[in-house]
Design a protein around this ligand. Structure first.
Ligand SMILES: NC(=O)c1ccc[n+]([C@@H]2O[C@H](COP(=O)([O-])OP(=O)(O)OC[C@H]3O[C@@H](n4cnc5c(N)ncnc54)[C@H](OP(=O)(O)O)[C@@H]3O)[C@@H](O)[C@H]2O)c1
Length: 305
């Protein structure tokens, strides 16, 4: 697919059948609905804990994802363990510029060189965070940058800086993450938002997040949930299944419970994308094949109850 073919009118986001769940658009960029979250590439458990993962194995996971039709990779400069960094491995996995790959990154949170979390970035620190991502990913322009928000206050000062960096050409498209509906409106008034990345999953449906999802659907932009499989365990990673409906549907279909959670995510609307995180090749292949699961109305009712 050429660069020209994958650029679509953002008002007419394209959903197609095809590998990795068909496609949707992030602004002018078309991506597979089944994407990949790079947070688990650097260390097996949460990105701050656990032994560093094998670099060659993590790069092989990224390349296999691409082979399976995944074109949407979610990352951040703060996804690193003592020995590995997600951005560096994405850069190494795809050394030649591949126009079909869209790399989305986030700014706002910060970690020092030892991995300790620092306070969320002030507006004057955002350019440095964007440039850090450019250096690590080996790019002159970032496809998509999310402002990862903390708290419920105004985000205008921070988002305004990213809008300027977009005008300067360092960023192609903007998103917001961990936002309320009011914060989405505020960002929208400053510059176009192509995607919202919030916590959402089968057991993680707050009224506020449902309202944000509804708003993204109304505006025809992407909604990208995080922790769709990890659920309540969040950063600690996926643990034993706690939802009997998930277990029942998985057993009846002969697939894994993680696959049911991912497939449920993609059933929430054509603009809802998935970015499952794994450093495990077998899990990656299961995750991509979850995009082929088509639930019956009865199954969806049981899962969504
Ligand atoms: N915007 C934000 O604030 C924010 C916050 C957190 C994450 N994120 C993004 O969202 C992405 C997804 O979140 P996440 O990685 O934390 O959680 P997730 O995708 O919901 O779940 C990942 C966990 O599930 C396991 N797993 C993956 N595939 C599996 C399978 N087929 N069967 C069983 N277990 C499986 C992983 O372990 P293995 O590695 O062993 O497979 C890991 O423990 C991240 O990678 C990151 O890009 C964004």
């Amino acid at each position: 697919m050429t660069m020209q073919q994958r650029r679509v009118d953002s008002a007419k986001a394209v959903v197609a059948t095809g590998p990795a769940g068909g496609s949707w658009s992030l602004g002018p960029l078309q991506v597979s609905r089944m994407g990949f979250g790079a947070m688990r590439l650097a260390a097996g458990a949460a990105f701050t804990d656990g032994p560093s993962r094998d670099r060659a194995a993590s790069i092989a996971v990224l390349r296999r994802a691409r082979e399976l039709g995944v074109t949407h990779f979610d990352t951040a400069a703060f996804y690193f363990s003592p020995l590995r960094a997600a951005n560096e491995m994405i850069n190494a996995a795809f050394p030649e510029h591949d126009d079909d790959i869209v790399v989305a990154t986030k700014v706002g949170p910060g970690r020092d060189a030892s991995g300790h979390w620092t306070d969320p970035a002030r507006p004057d620190q955002l350019r440095g965070q964007v440039e850090e991502n450019l250096r690590q990913l080996g790019r002159d322009r970032l496809d998509l940058v999310y402002l990862r928000v903390f708290g419920s206050g105004s985000i205008g000062d921070l988002f305004g800086v990213l809008a300027e960096l977009r005008t300067d050409g360092l960023i192609g498209n903007l998103g917001v993450s961990n936002v309320s509906r009011a914060q989405l409106y505020e960002a929208w008034d400053i510059a176009p938002v192509v995607s919202v990345q919030n916590r959402f999953g089968l057991d993680q449906r707050t009224p506020e997040t449902l309202a944000v999802l509804e708003e993204t659907t109304r505006r025809g932009i992407a909604f990208v949930p995080f922790f769709a499989m990890a659920g309540a365990a969040g950063g600690r990673g996926r643990s034993a299944e706690t939802n009997p409906a998930v277990t029942e549907v998985a057993n009846a279909r002969g697939v894994s419970e993680a696959q049911i959670r991912l497939a449920w995510t993609l059933h929430q609307g054509p603009n809802v994308l998935a970015i499952p995180g794994t450093g495990d090749l077998r899990h990656l292949e299961q995750n991509v094949s979850a995009a082929d699961i088509q639930f019956t109305h009865e199954e969806l009712d049981a899962l969504s109850r």
